[in-house]
Design a binder for this molecule. Structure first.
Ligand SMILES: [Zn+2]
Length: 201
């Protein structure tokens, strides 16, 4: 048996900690450290190791923010494509699944202030189809792999040739109608009709 009793407040807190379910705002991305509360976070920010990390960050903040943003984007898109492929799904649902992993990269370290900003970025860059609904934003991953593009090209080609066939068929029927009309007109004059017009396939 551990230090704390089963299901005691401490035990619950410990297990929440293990699952990374603390409030996200007490997380330091530079040190990848989750603090329990505001006080813990304050103490962490004064620690030597944190100050060392922050001086690294200060040397090149853009580089760090870009790499955090890249990593966040990759994690999000990997989860979206792996679990849902090109299916349309709630952007927040993916986000909730992402942050359930205690080692996930925290969005407050990225270039995006909100999930909406991030989702719009996905849409602008052709990474996903995005749309806003009363129930929030939805995303559908766009599969740009060579195999997927090939598959799509084949479908389009087939659709195009089907369309051509239909157009040819329409034209043929039109011609038959015109011929039938002119022959009917002719037969009315001569009262002779030895041609049978069949509008067949
Ligand atoms: Zn830190």
């Amino acid at each position: 048996m551990g230090k704390s009793e089963f299901m005691s407040p401490k035990d619950i807190a410990n297990r929440m900690k293990a699952k990374g379910l603390q409030k996200l705002r007490f997380y330091c991305q530079m040190c990848q450290k989750q603090c329990r509360d505001a006080n813990g976070f304050k103490c962490h920010c004064l620690s030597e190791s944190h100050l060392r990390q922050m001086s690294l960050f200060a040397e090149n903040p853009t580089k760090y923010m870009e790499s955090f943003s890249d990593e966040f984007l990759q994690e999000y898109v990997a989860l979206l494509s792996r679990r849902y492929n090109t299916m349309r799904v709630s952007a927040n649902q993916i986000y909730q699944e992402l942050i359930a992993d205690r080692n996930h990269l925290h969005m407050n370290a990225t270039q995006w202030d909100t999930l909406t900003d991030f989702v719009k970025h996905l849409g602008r860059n052709g990474i996903a189809h995005v749309d806003e609904t009363p129930r929030g934003w939805f995303v559908a991953w766009i599969d740009n792999s060579p195999e997927a593009l090939e598959r799509q090209a084949a479908i389009q080609k087939k659709e195009r040739s089907t369309m051509d066939d239909e157009q040819r068929e329409q034209k043929r029927i039109q011609e038959q109608i015109v011929r039938a009309q002119s022959q009917t007109a002719g037969s009315e004059k001569s009262e002779v009709s030895d041609d049978c017009i069949v509008l067949s396939n």
